[in-house]
Design a protein around this ligand. Structure first.
Ligand code: GAR
Length: 216
């Protein structure tokens, strides 16, 4: 189960959970790379998506998960973050999850939850962090007038979009871009780098630095 030492590689296929609030295009990319196993099918190679958690009952991501035969769970967030996290944690344990990928999950998890899953909790963000953290990153990039933006996959720590970077890739901002066109260009790249970053973590090639003062 989750502990402070992520312990990758595991020596067996990893069991992945994806947290998503939206349509789930990153979930689809992750499921294409780490296919859910169906009864009678060949076992997973390096990893398999076993659980999708959403704070939104109507999230497209939940429908995608159900269609793929993956555990799909709506957990209300409301004003009660601790309640969400406790219920999510029960599902994570029930599904024996090794690593969580946040994919368009539009809630901020607590420092305690990030610490519990340290090294096993990843996020994808639509900017070249540390530029444009938080909400509406694509809108922020357009408002700032930059000629390059992109996306970042990083470990989640106690801050918002502040954790150690695993993969980052830039895209040009083109004349005439609006939020829709730039977001589409960024998301096409997210769909490539997110599975690659998950693989790097599973191989043990990427890990957050040891906490300061910790045993290493
Ligand atoms: C993605 O572009 C992701 O980077 C962004 O939400 C989108 C979800 O799309 N996440 C954030 O902005 C988190 N701060 P999807 O539901 O199609 O994967």
């Amino acid at each position: 189960m989750a502990d402070d030492r992520a312990g990758f590689p595991l020596g067996r296929p990893a069991r992945l959970a994806v947290f998503a609030s939206g349509r789930g295009s990153n979930l689809a990319a992750l499921m294409a790379s780490f296919p859910p196993t169906r009864p009678g099918a060949a076992p997973a190679k390096d990893a398999t998506v076993v659980l999708v958690v959403s704070d939104r009952r109507d999230a497209g991501a939940l429908a995608l998960a159900r269609d793929a035969g993956v555990g799909a769970v709506h957990v209300a967030f409301g004003r009660d973050r601790e309640g969400f996290e406790a219920a999510a944690q029960r599902e994570l344990e029930r599904h024996r999850v090794d690593l969580i990928a946040l994919a368009g999950f539009m809630r901020v998890l607590s420092p305690a939850f990030a610490a519990l899953w340290r090294g096993r909790l990843l996020n994808v963000h639509p900017s070249l962090l540390p530029a444009f953290p938080g909400l509406h990153a694509v809108r922020q990039a357009l408002a700032a007038g930059v000629d390059r933006s992109g996306c970042t996959v990083h470990f989640v720590d106690a801050g918002v979009d502040t954790g150690p970077v695993i993969e980052q890739r830039g895209v040009p901002v083109l004349p005439g871009d609006d939020e829709t066109t730039l977001q589409a260009r960024i998301q096409a790249v997210e769909h490539e780098i997110y599975p690659a970053a998950v693989r790097a973590v599973l191989r043990g090639d990427a890990a957050p630095a040891a906490p300061r003062g910790g045993p290493g």
